[in-house]
Design a protein around this ligand. Structure first.
Ligand SMILES: [Zn+2]
Length: 301
């Protein structure tokens, strides 16, 4: 007996995605992050069901989403999100093979992080990873010899990293703070575009961890063109714009500096590297002087 291709069957994640899109329309296309109404459609996708909008208030790009909040989002990331690839799947690996695999998959951000560390006071050189999964980025940074911790809302991945590799992983910023972590450098790589309630998440990181500096890597979405349509979709409801960062940083008395990095051939506009810093503690000229391996063009602030 011949069955249809398994690829054609909707997975639970696809069903959730459709429900999420429809719930987003029912909510009146509010911005999932700041809750503002009155977003403007910037690109029609799937007959408008999955169109991409720009929030007039916080300037994030987003597709409709109505379910990815609070506990539902935590459940989604624990149970449905991502069924393949090193980024999400707990591997039955040893520490060594997990490290090799992470590096081969381009998950090693230790060079980027090491470039920024000299700007931190010597006693404040710790590294926190937001969206740490089971800790592959932490493994890649262990050779830096600094205290490391990660925040991962997905319980199976978090528990896997704690159990198998003995990593310091926490469900949220508050829990990390309660365990004595904070200050230092907080980073994320291809995580923020997945978090519908981004502003609240970044606010919690700022409030609970009070990082000396932050660096976040997201798919570049400025200027947004139809070529970039695939960067906002099922697994990543947001497009994180430079304008969003400027507003968020200003609200917290921070400054931002941007770089473009192009490691991924499938990412047409490359990656946006955003450095968030306190201009009263680090001179903007010091930030501007930073050059990363793989960085493209001139920095903009
Ligand atoms: Zn908004």
């Amino acid at each position: 007996m011949v069955y249809g291709s398994a690829m054609a069957l909707p997975t639970r994640a696809h069903v959730f995605h459709l429900a999420d899109l429809l719930a987003g329309h029912v909510r009146g296309l509010r911005c999932p992050s700041c809750g503002a109404r009155g977003a403007s459609e910037v690109l029609k996708k799937h007959l408008g069901v999955a169109s991409i909008y720009r929030c007039g208030a916080c300037e994030l790009l987003f597709r409709p989403t109505g379910l990815q909040t609070g506990r539902v989002a935590a459940w989604y990331y624990s149970r449905l999100y991502g069924n393949q690839g090193i980024a999400t799947e707990p591997q039955d690996d040893t520490r060594e093979t997990a490290l090799v695999r992470a590096r081969e998959a381009g998950k090693d951000r230790s060079t980027l992080v090491a470039t920024l560390l000299p700007l931190l006071p010597e006693g404040a050189r710790t590294i926190g990873v937001v969206g740490a999964s089971w800790g592959y980025e932490l493994l890649c940074m262990e050779h830096l010899g600094l205290p490391l911790y990660g925040i991962e809302p997905g319980e199976p991945r978090r528990e896997h990293g704690k159990r198998r590799f003995g990593l310091a992983l926490f469900a949220d910023a508050r829990e990390a703070r309660a365990a004595g972590h904070g200050g230092g450098l907080v980073m994320s790589s291809h995580v923020l575009e997945h978090i519908a309630e981004l502003e609240a998440t970044l606010d919690a990181v700022q409030r609970e961890l009070t990082p000396f500096m932050q660096v976040h890597v997201t798919p570049r979405v400025d200027p947004f063109t139809s070529e970039l349509a695939p960067t906002i979709g099922r697994e990543h409801p947001l497009g994180v714009t430079e304008a969003f960062w400027r507003r968020w940083a200003a609200r917290h008395g921070r400054a931002v500096s941007f770089r473009t990095h192009r490691p991924e051939p499938h990412m047409p506009a490359g990656e946006l590297v955003t450095i968030v810093y306190d201009p009263t503690r680090v001179a903007p000229s010091e930030i501007e002087a930073i050059r990363f391996a793989g960085q493209e063009g001139e920095e903009r602030a």
